[in-house]
Design a protein around this ligand. Structure first.
Ligand SMILES: [Zn+2]
Length: 280
């Protein structure tokens, strides 16, 4: 599933092509994408409007259009946003949404497994309320500080991996970047988050930021379906420290990386660098 760095990579590549353009037509051939709204309602709200900004919040895209109209989209498991330049008539598979721009280019939401979703929100306040109800702090924004992380973790018994994956605490971290951050911070994923010491909270804060930034620098990880808007692949999968490296040596100490289950997800740890808590 695309996480914050993958969504941010797509956002950064789309923005220069889209910002300032108008949406000429908006088609949703697969009506499940925007349930319970009807495709025609979205088309009516979007067609003819200028795209002022291509934004992101957590793993969501927020296309900000003129008049405070927001097109909010989530890729879920296998969604992608492809940019098709003017004059390119090649067919793409799994097209769920087609956004025609006024310069002849098209943006396609493709999605083999069809879990991706989209909706239109009218007004910045409606957009803020939607995100506030679902998402916690933005980890690359100014509000994510060691003190903020300590406050979020205080008194919580949840294993730290589950804590990192909960979008309503920290927005945008998924399975890849949680594993990488915990390894960098030398914290076992099953450790109850409320028991982390101040120095560990500090380390975890830095590790979350570094892992996400490393993912963005590598333009995301293409382990499954993730592609850039031009079809290119990210390269972060070649730079994983522990994620998906079961049986390989830890890059820090040489011990063998193992796979376990945490928060219901395949989780990769160095058993020497990340000591299992007693009783877990
Ligand atoms: Zn190690």
């Amino acid at each position: 599933m695309p996480e914050l760095p993958e969504v941010e990579t797509i956002r950064g590549k789309l923005a220069p092509h889209l910002q300032g353009r108008r949406i000429a037509a908006f088609e949703v051939p697969d009506a499940r994408w925007c349930e319970p709204a009807a495709p025609g309602e979205l088309a009516d709200a979007l067609a003819g409007r200028r795209i002022e900004r291509v934004g992101r919040r957590g793993k969501y895209f927020d296309f900000e259009l003129a008049g405070e109209v927001h097109l909010v989209m989530h890729l879920r498991m296998t969604g992608n946003l492809l940019y098709v330049p003017p004059g390119d008539d090649a067919e793409r598979p799994y097209v769920r949404v087609r956004i025609a721009l006024d310069d002849g280019a098209t943006v396609l939401f493709t999605d083999p497994r069809r879990f991706g979703t989209g909706l239109v929100l009218l007004g910045d306040a409606a957009r803020d309320a939607y995100f506030d109800a679902r998402l916690g702090v933005e980890p690359l924004g100014p509000d994510f500080t060691p003190a903020a992380l300590r406050e979020l973790a205080r008194g919580r018994r949840a294993p730290v991996k589950a804590f990192l994956l909960s979008q309503e605490r920290i927005a945008g971290v998924g399975n890849i970047y949680a594993d990488e951050a915990l390894f960098r911070a030398r914290i076992h994923p099953l450790r109850p988050v409320g028991t982390l010491r101040a120095a560990q909270i500090e380390a975890l804060h830095g590790a979350v930021v570094e892992s996400l930034q490393a993912g963005i620098d590598a333009r995301g990880a293409s382990i499954d379906d993730f592609r850039h808007p031009d079809g290119a692949r990210g390269s972060f999968q070649d730079r994983f420290l522990v994620h998906r490296r079961e049986g390989e040596p830890c890059p820090r100490c040489g011990a063998t990386v193992v796979k376990l289950r945490a928060a219901g997800r395949g989780t990769y740890v160095c058993p020497r660098c990340q000591r299992r808590p007693r009783g877990a």
